[in-house]
Write a protein that binds this ligand. Structure first.
Ligand SMILES: *[C@@H]1O[C@H](CO)[C@@H](O)[C@H](O)[C@H]1NC(C)=O
Ligand SMILES: *[C@@H]1O[C@H](CO)[C@@H](O)[C@H](O)[C@H]1NC(C)=O
Ligand SMILES: *[C@@H]1O[C@H](CO)[C@@H](O)[C@H](O)[C@H]1NC(C)=O
Ligand SMILES: *[C@@H]1O[C@H](CO)[C@@H](O)[C@H](O)[C@H]1NC(C)=O
Ligand SMILES: *[C@@H]1O[C@H](CO)[C@@H](O)[C@H](O)[C@H]1NC(C)=O
Ligand SMILES: *[C@@H]1O[C@H](CO)[C@@H](O)[C@H](O)[C@H]1NC(C)=O
Length: 214
């Protein structure tokens, strides 16, 4: 069993991938506490990046195969601020690499003025069902600029899927064929959910062991 745990430990860095905000400057390194809401366990700072009044650039480095991603804004500058202003429609961000929005627009109704403080929150909800958080503190300034084009790019490895799109493109198998429906049910009945998970895990472990061996 010792060897199983040894190889399991090797898998952990892959399973617990993280992400970081690269612009505006983030609150700080959240690596150890990134599952903590609302900002990955890092408190508000006074190191604010200046953002244009009608919206600015945001970039982050993504580190997992895919993650449901949201970007929210909170007005104010203390620990009680509420991230309830959505700046994008949630999407499925796929691939590892850099993601950059040249300009996230701010709703005019918010009444942002020169000097208004706020924080941006990026949430990445991963494959395993848990969310990772990071925040960046900003101050709106009338003369602030968005990033230049050469500083704001999406990596070629980065993909983008609308939420729900995979359901539309891969409809579940038809259940009109009685024979195949029956055999699917029969097949599922052989395994309890736990053993299916165990089977999936051992397959993954074997694949990893083979990968290491060759
Ligand atoms: C972060 O803020 C909370 C609430 O104000 C406080 O209890 C906590 O000690 C702070 N953490 C750090 C690392 O400063
Ligand atoms: C914005 O935050 C900075 C520190 O982060 C503070 O010095 C400044 O007074 C705040 N501005 C307003 C308008 O509250
Ligand atoms: C404050 O932000 C700047 C970038 O805007 C960064 O270079 C610097 O390291 C940050 N300082 C701290 C103490 O985090
Ligand atoms: C967001 O939360 C703040 C503070 O609780 C509240 O004043 C504001 O009305 C909320 N805004 C929205 C759009 O829900
Ligand atoms: C996100 O996209 C990946 C790659 O296409 C896909 O495997 C995954 O199921 C998608 N997640 C959701 C929740 O749509
Ligand atoms: C990166 O991709 C997203 C999604 O397609 C897009 O909204 C954004 O504008 C792209 N960024 C740049 C700098 O082209």
């Amino acid at each position: 069993m010792v060897s199983v745990y040894f190889y399991l430990a090797l898998l952990l860095p892959v399973v617990s991938a993280h992400f970081s905000i690269t612009y505006p400057y983030w609150r700080g390194d959240s690596f150890a506490t990134q599952y903590t809401r609302p900002c990955g366990g890092v408190n508000v700072t006074t190191n604010r990046t200046e953002w244009p009044l009608d919206g600015g650039s945001l970039s982050f480095g993504a580190g997992h195969p895919w993650a449901i991603t949201y970007v929210n804004l909170a007005l104010g500058d203390d620990e009680t601020i509420t991230f309830n202003i959505s700046l994008i429609e949630g999407f499925n961000q796929t691939g590892k690499g850099d993601v950059c929005f040249s300009k996230l627009s701010i709703p005019e109704s918010l009444g942002i003025a020169d000097g208004t403080n706020a924080s941006l929150q990026v949430i990445q909800l991963g494959e395993l069902g848990s969310s990772l958080y990071n925040c960046a503190d900003i101050t709106f300034k009338k003369d602030a600029k968005i990033l230049e084009n050469d500083q704001c790019k999406n990596s070629s490895t980065i993909g983008w899927e609308q939420l729900g799109s995979s359901t539309t493109s891969n409809p579940p198998p038809s259940t009109t064929d009685d024979e195949s429906a029956a055999s699917q049910t029969g097949g599922a009945a052989i395994f309890a959910p736990g053993s299916i998970a165990a089977l999936g895990f051992s397959t993954m472990l074997i694949a990893t062991l083979m990968g290491l061996a060759f």
